[in-house]
Ligand binder design. Structure first.
Ligand SMILES: NC(=O)c1ccc[n+]([C@@H]2O[C@H](COP(=O)([O-])OP(=O)(O)OC[C@H]3O[C@@H](n4cnc5c(N)ncnc54)[C@H](O)[C@@H]3O)[C@@H](O)[C@H]2O)c1
Length: 359
């Protein structure tokens, strides 16, 4: 299976939108190992520190910087670069920010996707496209079993609603126009919360924790019993990569959507993550405190049986293996003893691949 990955991605031209973000930087690193040629489009570097900068990825790829709401610029890049595969990750990805700046969230999440679909109608070279939305695209009715791909879409905050609308937009574009373009194959991917080294986004659990703990401060936890389908960022990334390969091999999946989440027993409350982190970060402290009040749902689980059946994809890391990868990455970063974080990150990918391809 590993050989299939290398064979498929080697020398392919891959366009990643949102390449400077957390997932984009991991995806770029994995694809560089497979000798792909990467083109990135992002409007900015969303955090400081930034994984993209730490890994010095700008030197290893072709880096475009503009807002995807600019239709003409996007069209020009797509026409001139002619990518073999597109992973569309760019988005305003933070729920709390969507309350503060709804317009920017809708523009980044929906208008950018609209521009991309419109341009893809007329592409003339074979192209595989994976549109990254989110588990939050489902109407959350606090269901105890996992959401399936056919379940009702919805969202009570701008981020979730914009992801649900991206799915609806995708469906109408596919069924009305895109299916006619025989050069194009396109799917959407809905993953749950991901964690991994190098994330510093606001209002996300791990970045908030490590930023405090690295300064010996106490982290205030909004909801220690909140359950999320946690998965390591590499699990989702290898899901997206497997999906593009399958899209090439199996035209029947053209136009479908796929969930990528851990099994139900791996959906754990926040407090379990903190306790697991304590095994390597000995001195960490946290306390419960109700802070900034935006509506958060208590549980959200995904049913990923379709990905298991058609892509043979499932989360392979155990809960402790996942947390150990995350905590070790940040330990190394904050100790500043290991300057070659690109190598260290690649070592983590090696470890992950041994489990992903063999377990
Ligand atoms: N991180 C998670 O836990 C998670 C979970 C589910 C889904 N997702 C989805 O995965 C994708 C990547 O998430 P992330 O955590 O890496 O986000 P991130 O905030 O780290 O990065 C976002 C990226 O998108 C780019 N971007 C944003 N708006 C843009 C615009 N208008 N034009 C061009 N570029 C723009 C930013 O420059 C950045 O490169 C997003 O679509 C997000 O909704 C993330």
């Amino acid at each position: 299976m590993k050989k299939n990955f290398q064979k498929f991605y080697s020398k392919k031209k891959i366009l990643i939108t949102g390449h400077t973000g957390f997932k984009g930087a991991w995806l770029t690193t994995v694809l560089l190992r497979n000798k792909a040629k990467i083109i990135g489009i992002s409007k900015d570097i969303p955090t400081n520190p930034s994984l993209y900068k730490i890994l010095r990825l700008e030197k290893k790829i072709k880096d475009y910087r503009f807002d995807l709401s600019n239709f003409e610029k996007l069209k020009k890049v797509l026409i001139s670069e002619k990518p073999d595969v597109i992973f569309h990750l760019a988005a305003q990805a933070i729920v709390s920010k969507s309350y503060k700046d709804p317009k920017k969230t809708w523009s980044s999440n929906l208008i950018s996707s609209l521009n991309l679909f419109e341009i893809l109608r007329k592409i003339k070279k074979n192209c595989l496209v994976v549109i990254i939305t989110s588990d939050k695209c489902y109407l959350n009715i606090e269901k105890k079993t996992g959401y399936k791909e056919g379940d009702r879409l919805g969202g009570n905050d701008h981020y979730s609603a914009s992801k649900a609308c991206t799915e609806i937009l995708f469906n109408s574009y596919f069924k009305s126009n895109l299916y006619k373009n025989l050069k194009l194959r396109i799917v959407t991917a809905r993953a749950g919360n991901v964690i991994g080294g190098g994330d510093w986004a606001d209002d996300r659990l791990i970045p908030d924790c490590v930023s405090k703990w690295s300064k010996n401060k106490i982290i205030k936890i909004r909801n220690p019993n909140s359950t999320r389908p946690w998965q390591h960022v590499l699990e989702a990334i290898y899901g997206y990569l497997s999906l593009a390969i399958e899209l090439q091999n199996n035209k029947k999946i053209n136009g479908l959507s796929f969930n990528f989440g851990p099994s139900e027993r791996r959906s754990k409350p926040v407090k379990n993550i903190l306790n697991e982190f304590k095994k390597s970060w000995k001195k960490i402290k946290w306390k419960y405190e109700k802070t900034f009040s935006f509506t958060e749902t208590n549980s959200l689980r995904l049913n990923s049986k379709l990905s298991k059946k058609l892509l043979n994809w499932e989360c392979k890391l155990t809960f402790s293996e996942m947390i150990s990868l995350v905590s070790n990455w940040y330990l190394i970063y904050y100790k500043k003893k290991n300057n070659d974080l690109f190598q260290f990150t690649n070592n983590q990918i090696d470890k992950f691949e041994k489990i992903f391809f063999k377990r």
